[in-house]
Design a binder for this molecule. Structure first.
Ligand code: CA
Length: 232
């Protein structure tokens, strides 16, 4: 799966860059690295890699600016981005996700976690290209039917409100992907000004109450948002 996949890593701390590169190369990825923001952006534009690992705090140009520029450019906007973040950067993580970054790994991270995230994002990229907006989501005993607005867990139907259904479907359509509250709000309500309760947490709580038995489907990512467990 990873054969011939190219990754650009932009990280200004040489030790961390080394750890990132080493572990990705060991998995068979081809890695290109940069210690500097502007140079990193140029490298990404030149290579058009399969994925970018992007530190947020960088000399030259910071990670959020790089992310913004990549997402604004037709040539590079489809390249998945995983942010590499430090403790205390939760609000930057939220900004990054809203700009279009796909995921993040927080320092200190384990090599195992890093590789798992990279593979998940590449897998999801393939998955979303082929299957996004599909009418049925089937995951490990869970069935979501978008046409019938039906959710079944282990063959038992669960009754969700229209808003709860939209949120649940959206999260489940990309397992493992972290969404900020704002992104979930936008999706669930769009421009519908008539929606009474715009508090995402309330809706998530209601969904959990109805869907969680032995398993929990929705994870809270502190200070960032929510994601559907990667149970596939
Ligand atoms: Ca840094």
């Amino acid at each position: 799966m990873v054969a011939n996949k190219q990754i650009v890593v932009v990280e200004d701390e040489p030790d961390i860059l080394e750890v990132l590169s080493y572990n990705l190369k060991r998995e068979g990825f081809e890695v290109f690295a940069s210690l500097d923001g502007e140079e990193g952006l140029a490298l990404i534009r030149q290579k058009k890699p399969d994925l970018v690992l992007l530190d947020l705090m960088l000399p030259g140009m910071d990670g959020l600016d790089i992310c913004r520029q990549l997402k604004a450019d037709e040539q590079t906007q489809v390249i998945p981005i995983i942010m590499v973040t430090a403790k205390g950067e939760e609000s930057d993580i939220v900004s990054g996700l809203e700009i279009g970054a796909d995921d993040y790994v927080a320092k200190p991270f384990s090599p195992k976690e890093l590789v798992a995230r990279v593979k998940a994002v590449i897998r999801r990229e393939k998955y979303t290209k082929t299957d996004f907006n599909k009418k049925q989501i089937v995951l490990n005993g869970l069935l979501i039917d978008a046409d019938k607005h039906k959710v079944e867990i282990d063959a038992v139907e669960v009754s969700l409100t229209a808003t709860e259904f939209r949120l649940f479907y959206y999260l489940a359509s990309q397992p493992g992907r972290v969404f900020s509250r704002e992104q979930l709000l936008d999706y669930a309500f769009g421009n519908d000004a008539a929606i009474v309760d715009r508090n995402i947490d309330v809706h998530i709580r209601a969904i959990r109450k109805k869907t969680e038995g032995d398993r929990s489907f929705i994870e809270t990512i502190r200070g960032v948002g929510y994601r559907f467990s990667d149970i596939s």
